[in-house]
Design a protein. Structure first.
Length: 88
């Protein structure tokens, strides 16, 4: 799976701080994922990251989304690509 720009931005947000699940009502599944540093909700993008193994629920708090080792590896690879890019 290739990482989209939206997914990469979300991974960067999760690197800084976990995202939070906010319940909109008492109904099962009626929630959104938000992050303090994002202006938009992250629900759809975060679900794609969950299903591909780049993010997961925190073992300590099921209402917090965190990076997995796979997600951290993607960010580290991106940093290496930028560092190796020729400067103009």
């Amino acid at each position: 799976m290739s990482i989209t720009q939206a997914q990469l931005r979300t991974l960067n947000l999760l690197h800084a701080k976990p995202a939070s699940r906010v319940y909109r009502s008492d109904r099962f599944g009626d929630y959104t994922w938000v992050h303090d540093d994002a202006e938009v909700r992250l629900t759809a993008t975060l679900h794609k990251l969950f299903s591909s193994g780049y993010a997961t629920l925190s073992p300590d708090n099921r209402n917090a989304a965190v990076l997995t080792a796979k997600g951290r590896a993607v960010l580290a690879a991106r940093v290496m690509m930028v560092a190796r890019a020729p400067s103009t």
